[in-house]
Each structure stands twice: as structure tokens, then as C-alpha cells.
Design a protein. Structure first.
Ligand SMILES: [Zn+2]
Length: 215
């Protein structure tokens, strides 16, 4: 029992540490952004109205796999986004949702492709993020957003909510954070190269990556 508690404590400390790293890098501001990890006991998620830069491991929320609060502070109001991802993705054990500036900017641009919001500018973007659907705008708190995410979650581990921000799922906490970072940095590259001719990776180059690094 002691060993199990200790693993949970370590996991909570990793969530706090990675949330702080995202905060320090400017990927979250105010009380935006939320992280969750799926465990046997339920889903550990960052609390509502909390700064990702100042989380307390002991106060992280624990909710059941159906979203019912079990312990800790009140869970993020966006926990339903995380649940929608987990419901459709048995292989995903962590979800990161950000309002990161460059990704949100791409989600606002009128010429962003709703089928794939970011072009394959780099190999790492293709390998980590892949095709990135743009989820139509739904007002905060409207549960139709959960349906929109759920519809895409089986096929895509990363998606961009229009006028809102990215939601990504990973096999592990570190994996999900790395995917979210890759997505935000590619959004930054997309904006830095805006209005200039760009050599995105070709179909053959993408096929070569898929061959050498199958997902
Ligand atoms: Zn949000």
C-alpha cells in the first residue's frame, strides 16, 4: 500500500513540475490550461481557477472515470474535454489542453484548413502531432464541445479547438506534454513564415517518415 501511495505522490509531483514548465515557457497564462492523467483510481486533473505555475500536488483533483469528483480541489471546468479523449482512446493515459498563443492564433485565421490546421513544416511535427483537425467553435461550458472532441478522438490524438486552443492526448504525461509543445512551436513557425513561400514536407518525405517511424 505504501508503494502504491508513493507512486501516486510521484505522479502528482510530475504533473505539478510539467505544469510549471509549461507556465514558465509562456504556454499558459492566468488560470488557463489543464492537464490530466488516467490512473486505476480515476483521473487526476488540475483544479479549476488554478495557475499552472503554482499547483499543489496534494490539492490536484481526482475524479472518477465518469467525471464525478472524488477528492482534492474542484476539478477544471474543462475536464469534460479530457474525459471525451479518454473515452475514445484506450491507449492514451494523459491529456494536455492549452490556450497557447500561437496555436490559438492559427485557430482564428480564416484560411486555416479545418481538415489539417498546421502544415507538415518539420519531421517532428509530423511524427508527434500529425494531422490536426480544427474543431468548430463552441462556447465555453457548452457540452456539445465534448461531442465534437469525442467524434474525432478515436482517429486523432491532437486537435485544435477554434478560437480556443489545442487538446492533445499521449501515452504518458511526458508524451502528451511533448506533443503539446511540438504543436505550439509549429504554430509559431507557421506564423513566422506567414506570407512567404514555404517548403512544407512533400508527400514522399511524409511517407518515408511513416515508414521509418510508424505510429
Ligand atoms: Zn480551454
Amino acid at each position: 500500500m505504501t508503494a502504491i501511495l508513493s507512486e501516486t505522490t510521484k505522479l502528482r509531483e510530475r504533473i505539478v513540475r510539467l505544469a510549471e514548465l509549461l507556465y514558465l515557457r509562456g504556454y499558459v497564462h492566468g488560470t488557463t490550461g489543464n492537464i490530466s492523467v488516467r490512473t486505476d483510481e480515476g483521473i487526476i486533473v488540475t483544479p479549476t481557477n488554478s495557475s499552472m505555475g503554482m499547483l499543489d500536488p496534494a490539492r490536484l483533483s481526482l475524479v472518477g472515470h465518469d467525471g464525478r469528483p472524488i477528492s482534492g480541489d474542484k476539478p477544471s471546468k474543462e475536464t469534460f474535454l479530457h474525459l471525451a479523449m479518454y473515452e475514445e482512446r484506450a491507449s492514451s493515459n494523459a491529456v494536455v489542453h492549452l490556450h497557447s498563443t500561437h496555436s490559438v492564433a492559427v485557430s482564428i485565421l480564416a484560411d486555416t484548413d479545418p481538415e489539417n490546421a498546421l502544415p507538415p513544416l518539420t519531421a517532428y511535427h509530423h511524427m508527434k502531432v500529425g494531422r490536426l483537425p480544427l474543431v468548430p467553435y463552441v462556447r465555453p461550458g457548452d457540452m456539445r464541445l465534448a461531442d465534437e472532441v469525442r467524434q474525432r478522438a478515436a482517429t486523432y490524438h491532437a486537435m485544435l479547438l477554434a478560437n480556443h486552443g489545442p487538446v492533445v492526448a499521449g501515452k504518458s504525461l511526458e508524451d502528451a506534454v511533448a506533443i503539446a509543445e511540438e504543436l505550439e512551436e509549429t504554430a509559431k513557425l507557421r506564423l513566422l513564415t506567414e506570407g512567404r513561400p514555404v517548403n512544407a514536407l512533400t508527400h514522399d518525405q511524409l511517407a518515408e517518415l511513416d515508414h521509418h517511424f510508424p505510429s
